[in-house]
Design a protein around this ligand. Structure first.
Ligand SMILES: Nc1ncnc2c1ncn2[C@@H]1O[C@H](COP(=O)(O)OP(=O)(O)O)[C@@H](O)[C@H]1O
Ligand SMILES: [Mg+2]
Length: 235
């Protein structure tokens, strides 16, 4: 599904250059739930932004579902991103003037899905994250944990082949963090491939694989038996 080979990403700042990714190779299969871990500045976000087609790389190769994405134009990349990738950010990135339902319907607007189907699919996604009763709330009227659940619903509404999350619980308390981890496990058990950046071992233990990063290289790739969270109680 995801196959990167010898990816390099170099940032130039003033006279200095930083090699944020130093020939990174990694492959991720359908159905995996992978955590990317490593100290701050080790290149985790750089890697995620490249995997999520939000940023370009300097050399190497990236095959996504059999397509070599390196040579594609911005609009071709945007099309593939919209279809294949759901992205969740630490800072939620919701539209403040729209209600919960409108936020989740938004990705479907670009996909030209008719209104009725947009609405149905958005409600279905919101029910998956336990927010079926918050459709009309504005996003500034809900808690941080609820905001992140809206962001997850928005990320999955297009039924992407992979859900990517960069420190999705970085702004959340520990109980809410567990709610998000439970949702990720439920989505993964239903077949969604997940790649998540975290610097907390407490979260990584719920995934099936941990890729450890340091100074722009992978230093360890470990498979694990995930600790299972109990299913959500009906709200
Ligand atoms: N836009 C940028 N411009 C210049 N340097 C950057 C930029 N983004 C990241 N870097 C540098 O690249 C390295 C990796 O950063 P990042 O991928 O954000 O790490 P992490 O997410 O693991 O904390 C760091 O040294 C960081 O300072
Ligand atoms: Mg980061």
């Amino acid at each position: 599904m995801i196959e990167i080979t010898d990816i390099e990403k170099i940032y130039k700042m003033g006279g200095e250059t930083v090699k944020a990714l130093n020939k990174v190779s990694l492959s991720i299969q359908e159905g995996e739930y992978t955590s990317i871990m490593g100290p701050s500045g080790s290149g985790k976000s750089t890697l995620m932004n490249i995997l999520g087609l939000l940023d370009r790389f300097d050399s190497g190769r990236y095959m996504l579902n059999g397509t070599d994405v390196s040579g594609l134009s911005d609009s071709e990349l945007a099309k593939i991103r919209n279809k294949e990738i759901g992205f969740v950010f630490q800072s939620f990135n919701l539209m403040a003037r729209m209600n919960v339902l409108e936020n989740v319907m938004l990705p479907l607007v670009y996909g030209k899905v008719p209104y009725k189907e947009r609405r149905e699919r958005a409600i279905e996604a919101l029910e998956k994250v336990g927010l079926g009763d918050r459709l009309e709330h504005l996003t500034n009227e809900i808690s941080g944990g609820q905001k992140q659940r809206v962001a997850i619903a928005r990320a999955i509404v297009n039924r992407p082949s992979v859900l990517m999350a960069d420190e999705p619980t970085g702004n959340l308390d520990s109980k809410t963090t567990l709610d998000i981890m439970r949702i990720f496990q439920e989505l993964n058990s239903e077949g969604t491939t997940i790649v998540m950046v975290t610097h907390e071992p407490e979260m990584a233990k719920y995934s099936k694989r941990i890729v450890h990063f340091r100074d722009g290289v992978i230093i360890k790739d470990e498979e694990l038996t995930p600790e299972l969270l109990p299913e959500r109680e009906v709200e």
